[in-house]
Design a protein around this ligand. Structure first.
Ligand SMILES: Nc1nc2c(ncn2[C@@H]2O[C@H](COP(=O)(O)OP(=O)(O)OP(=O)(O)O)[C@@H](O)[C@H]2O)c(=O)[nH]1
Ligand SMILES: [Mg+2]
Length: 306
């Protein structure tokens, strides 16, 4: 390293996005990294794993970690999701606690509050201010002062309002550090992960509410050197009846799913894609530790099985 390089001071760190389901965590991360990385739907509990998005500019590298919403666990899958979100809070340099200002203030359980209270640099972010009434915004301010003794930063992930202020507030709180990832990286997760997520997002858009929650997706083959890119992916469901719904009469539904997914994937990878889509029944995958682990979920220690 030369002397001049040593004098350049950079900042870098992990920035967690946490909060209730559906408050706009994934939308805000996409806005901050200026790229659609994490999937967004109008339904709660869309994000199931941590999703990394990296933004490097002006000597500051923010490694955003989008997380599953903090839910009351009903399935083992939910406990795994909770575990992921809580883990991320503990690991981050800055925690963004997102509130949907248009929906009112959340009531967190004791374990969550304890972790949030311990987070050294917590910012309360009041999102969706584009659709929140003045009284609702004020309510979030009061709550934020009462609970965390901070003024919330008001933003809209949809219009972009307030996000540059938020960026500056995050930057001030990041430690002086070399960049953690190469400057041009946008994520550390493989393209396969994002491809599987885009298929899952399409499932949310095309099927009615119950089905998407029973769906998991996985890319099983990705031939980078073929043109068009060849991708074989599996959509897992829990029951044969769900498989029938996904496929639809005469295969009409799955054809639509394949088309919509392929369009999204092509936009993401910037190249033509041949998507080979399969549907398989994986009974009770949301409740079974072995299956969940095989699908890539990290379970709380007490629930791991080999
Ligand atoms: N009007 C408005 N809608 C928003 C804003 N941010 C997010 N939304 C909408 O809120 C819904 C949920 O957004 P997501 O980004 O998926 O929320 P999330 O917190 O990641 O949700 P989970 O992954 O399910 O926990 C979507 O329909 C978004 O378009 C905002 O600032 N304004
Ligand atoms: Mg999300």
């Amino acid at each position: 390293m030369t002397d001049t390089e040593l004098t350049v001071e950079t900042r870098a760190g992990m920035v967690a996005l946490v909060g209730f389901p559906n408050v706009g965590k994934s939308s805000l991360m996409n806005r901050l990294v200026e790229q659609k990385l994490s999937i967004v739907t109008q339904f709660a509990q869309t994000t199931r794993e941590r999703v990394l998005g990296i933004d490097s500019r002006d000597g500051v590298q923010m490694v955003f970690v989008d997380t599953p919403g903090l839910v009351d666990p009903r399935y083992l899958l939910h406990r795994a999701m909770m575990h992921i979100a809580l883990d991320v809070i503990g690991d981050s340099d800055v925690v963004l606690l997102l509130i949907d200002a248009s929906a009112g203030v959340p009531e967190f359980g004791e374990d969550v509050m304890e972790l949030l209270d311990r987070a050294p640099r917590l910012l309360v972010v009041s999102n969706k201010v584009d659709v929140a009434a003045a009284a609702q915004r004020e309510r979030v301010r009061e709550w934020s002062r009462e609970r965390f003794n901070v003024e919330p930063i008001e933003v809209s992930a949809v219009t972009g309002e307030g996000t540059e202020t938020l960026r500056a507030e995050i930057a001030r709180r990041l430690p002086v550090s070399e960049f953690l990832y190469p400057e041009e990286d946008v994520s550390s997760q493989p393209v396969r992960f994002f491809v599987a997520e885009l298929i899952r997002e399409s499932v949310f858009e095309l099927y009615s509410q119950e089905v998407p929650y029973s769906v998991a997706t996985k890319v099983e083959e990705f031939r980078e050197n073929s043109s068009p890119l060849y991708i074989r992916a599996v959509v897992f469901v829990e029951r044969a009846s769900q498989k029938a719904i996904l496929v639809g009469s005469g295969g009409q539904a799955i054809k639509k799913l394949g088309q919509l997914s392929r369009e999204k994937i092509e936009e993401f990878v910037g190249a033509p894609v041949y998507l080979d889509l399969w549907v398989k029944v994986l009974p009770r995958w949301r409740k079974d530790p072995v299956t969940l682990q095989r699908l890539g979920f990290k379970l709380p220690d007490a629930e791991q099985r080999s």
